[in-house]
Ligand binder design. Structure first.
Ligand SMILES: *[C@@H]1O[C@H](CO)[C@@H](O)[C@H](O)[C@H]1NC(C)=O
Ligand SMILES: *[C@@H]1O[C@H](CO)[C@@H](O)[C@H](O)[C@H]1NC(C)=O
Ligand SMILES: *[C@@H]1O[C@H](CO)[C@@H](O)[C@H](O)[C@H]1NC(C)=O
Ligand SMILES: *[C@@H]1O[C@H](CO)[C@@H](O)[C@H](O)[C@H]1NC(C)=O
Length: 522
C-alpha cells in the first residue's frame, strides 16, 4: 500500500514537473526591419524544448526576417498528433498577444519525431503555412504520389544515427533528381550537414535512445548550429522574401548513395514492374544482377561476352514461375561470341523499413538472384566437358559476387567516409556460402546472414554469408538443371554499412528492435 502511494506520488511529481514547463516564445531578436514571420518548432522525442534554444536563437539572429519563434511543450516531451493543432494555435495566439502582426507568414518546423508529425498537420492545413523545415527528418513516402502542398526544406546530418543519411539521399533523389511532375525542386531542397549528428540539431545531453543510436559527431555544437542556421535562414529568405539562394547537397555525399540505390534497383526509388508492362514509372530488372552478379558467376574466358537481362519478380511466385535462361549457344572456336542470358531478382527489405522512420537500413537486406550456373555458361560457350563439381560446387561462388559489392562501395564512397570506416568502422567481410539449399523453397526462406564475429586478432567484424542453391547438368529435375542462386549483397547495403552502421556499436537486432519499439510505440 505504502509502495503504491510512493509510486503515485512519484507519478504526480513527474506530471507536475511537465505541467510546470512552459511553451517557449521568442520575440524577434533583431531589429533590422525585415518582414515579420512566425516559426513554430516541434520538439524531437524526449528532447526538452529548451535544448533547441541555442539553434533557434541563432536562426533568429541570422535571419533577415523579424522572426518570432515558438516551441510548444508536450507532455513527457513527446509530440502528440492529436494535440498538435491546438498547441500550435495556442502558441500563435500568445505571439499575437505579444505583438506578432496578423497575417504574418507561418513556418512550421520540427526535429526528428517532431518533423515526422508536423508534416501531417502541415499537409492538412496547407493554406495556413508558407514553408516547412524538417531537421533530422524528411517527407515520408506516403506523400510521394502527389506534390506535397507546402514548400519544405529537408536537413539531414552526415553522422545522424537515427535519421540516416541514406534515407536523406532517398529524399534527395525524389525532390531534386527526379521530382514528381509539377514539383518545383527549388521549393524542396535537401541539405546534409557534414560531420554533424542527430543530437546537434538540439543541444546538451541526448535522451537514452539517441545516446544509444547516434553516431559520434566530428564538428562542435557551435559549428553545427552555425551550419544548420545558415541553411534555414537561406531557405526562409527564398520562401518568404523570394530571394534565390541556391541550396542543395552536398552532392558528393548524396550522389554515391543514390547511385548505389539505383544499382540495387531500390524499390523506393522506383517500384519494380514485376508483371506489369514496362514503363518509366517502374523498373524492369536489377542493374547489379545484369552488370555484375551473373557475369561473375559465369566467369567465362575474356573472348566470350555475356549480355544479361534481369527481371524483378517475387522469387517465390510459381504461376508463372520465373527462371533464369541462356538464350543461345556458341561453339568453342567462334569469334566474338555473345551469350544472351536472363536472370531473376527480388530485392528484399527490412520489415521495419516500411515504417519509414529513417531508423532502419533503406538498402535491400538481400537481392535474391536466380542465375545460370557457371557450368551452364561454359556448356553454352562450347566447352563440352564443363564439370559442375569443379565449376560450381565451391563455397565462394556467391561470396565472390558479394565481395564485389563491398569493393564497389569502397571505390565509390566519399573519400572521408572510407577513411572513417577504416579507422573506426566495423569491417564488413564475406564468409563462405551456406547450403546448398536445393530442396523446395529452403533457399528462399533462408535469410542472408549478417553476423558479428571476431577475427584472428579478436576484433569484431561483420560477416555476410549467402545461402545458395545450385543444380548440375544433367539434374534429376530437368526443368531445374543448370542454376546457381545466390542471396546477393546489394552495393547499397555495403555503402550504407560503411557510411552509417559500421560506425555504431550495436548489440545485434534484439536490442535494436526493443529500443525502436519503445520509441515508435510499435
Ligand atoms: C544573438 O544576437 C544577440 C545580440 O546581438 C547576442 O547577444 C546573442 O548572443 C546572439 N545569440 C546567438 C545564439 O547567436
Ligand atoms: C545449346 O546446346 C545444348 C547442347 O547441345 C542444347 O541442349 C540446347 O538446346 C542449346 N540451346 C539453345 C538455346 O540453342
Ligand atoms: C577463347 O579462350 C579460350 C580459353 O582461353 C580458348 O580455349 C578458346 O579457344 C578461345 N576461343 C577463341 C575463338 O579464340
Ligand atoms: C569474380 O569475383 C572475384 C572476387 O570478388 C574476383 O576475384 C574475380 O576476378 C571475379 N571474376 C569476374 C569474371 O568478374
Amino acid at each position: 500500500m505504502k509502495r503504491v502511494a510512493i509510486l503515485l506520488l512519484a507519478l504526480f511529481v513527474t506530471l507536475a514537473g511537465s505541467a510546470l514547463a512552459h511553451d517557449i516564445i521568442l520575440p524577434p531578436s533583431n531589429t533590422n526591419g525585415g518582414p515579420e514571420a512566425a516559426m513554430i518548432f516541434i520538439q524531437g522525442a524526449q528532447i526538452p524544448t529548451d535544448r533547441y534554444l541555442p539553434l533557434l536563437r541563432e536562426v533568429q539572429n541570422k535571419s533577415s526576417l523579424s522572426l518570432w519563434v515558438g516551441v510548444p511543450q508536450y507532455f513527457l516531451d513527446i509530440a502528440e498528433p492529436f494535440q498538435l493543432g491546438s498547441s500550435i494555435d495556442f502558441v500563435l495566439q500568445e505571439m499575437h498577444k505579444q505583438g506578432l502582426k496578423q497575417g504574418s507568414p507561418l513556418i512550421l518546423a520540427g526535429h526528428s519525431l517532431g518533423g515526422a508529425m508536423v508534416q501531417d498537420w502541415v499537409a492538412a492545413n496547407s493554406h495556413r503555412v508558407s514553408a516547412q523545415v524538417l531537421l533530422g527528418s524528411f517527407l515520408t513516402r506516403k506523400y510521394r504520389e502527389h506534390v506535397y502542398p507546402v514548400p519544405t526544406l529537408t536537413v539531414g546530418a552526415e553522422l545522424d544515427g537515427l535519421c540516416r543519411i541514406t534515407r536523406i539521399a532517398e529524399a534527395y533523389y525524389h525532390q531534386q533528381m527526379d521530382p514528381y511532375p509539377g514539383m518545383a525542386a527549388e521549393d524542396f531542397p535537401v541539405v546534409v550537414i557534414e560531420g554533424a549528428n542527430h543530437m546537434q540539431f538540439a543541444s546538451g545531453n541526448p535522451p537514452p535512445l539517441v545516446k544509444a543510436r547516434d553516431l559520434d559527431s566530428e564538428i562542435s555544437p557551435n559549428e553545427a548550429h552555425d551550419a544548420i542556421s545558415k541553411v534555414i535562414v537561406a531557405y526562409l529568405a527564398n520562401q518568404i522574401e523570394k530571394k534565390a539562394i541556391i541550396m542543395s547537397g552536398p552532392a558528393e555525399l548524396l550522389a554515391p548513395i543514390v547511385s548505389s540505390l539505383q544499382l540495387e534497383g531500390n524499390y523506393n526509388l522506383k517500384k519494380p514492374c514485376y508483371n506489369d508492362a514496362p514503363s518509366s514509372a517502374c523498373q524492369v530488372g536489377c542493374p547489379w544482377s545484369e552488370m555484375t552478379s551473373q557475369k561473375n558467376m559465369s566467369d567465362l574466358p575474356k573472348n566470350v561476352s555475356v549480355r544479361v537481362m534481369d527481371e524483378f519478380h517475387p522469387v517465390s511466385q510459381t504461376n508463372p514461375i520465373h527462371l533464369p535462361h541462356i538464350l543461345n549457344n556458341c561453339t568453342k572456336d567462334q569469334e566474338n561470341c555473345v551469350l544472351e542470358m536472363t536472370t531473376v531478382t527480388e530485392a528484399v527489405y527490412e520489415v521495419l523499413d516500411r515504417l519509414d522512420t529513417g531508423f532502419f537500413s533503406v538498402s535491400a537486406y538481400e537481392l535474391r538472384t536466380k542465375m545460370n550456373s557457371r557450368q551452364a555458361s561454359y556448356l553454352a560457350a562450347g566447352f563440352k566437358d564443363a564439370d559442375f563439381q569443379k565449376l560450381d560446387a565451391n563455397p565462394t561462388r556467391c561470396a565472390d559476387i558479394n565481395q564485389l559489392a563491398i569493393k564497389w562501395a569502397l571505390r565509390n564512397a566519399p573519400v572521408k567516409s572510407v577513411a572513417r570506416y577504416y579507422s573506426i568502422g566495423r569491417q564488413l567481410v564475406v564468409g563462405d556460402d551456406l547450403g546448398p539449399y536445393n530442396a523446395g523453397p529452403f533457399w528462399i526462406w533462408n535469410d542472408m546472414h549478417y553476423n558479428n564475429q571476431k577475427d584472428a586478432e579478436g576484433t569484431l567484424q561483420r560477416v555476410v554469408r549467402s545461402p545458395t542453391m545450385r543444380t548440375p547438368i544433367p539434374y534429376f529435375i530437368k526443368a531445374a538443371e543448370g542454376f546457381h542462386y545466390c542471396k546477393v549483397l546489394s552495393p547499397a547495403r555495403a555503402l550504407e554499412w560503411i557510411m552509417v552502421d559500421s560506425l555504431r556499436d550495436e548489440n545485434g537486432y534484439a536490442s535494436l528492435r526493443s529500443a525502436a519499439s519503445s520509441y515508435y510505440k510499435l
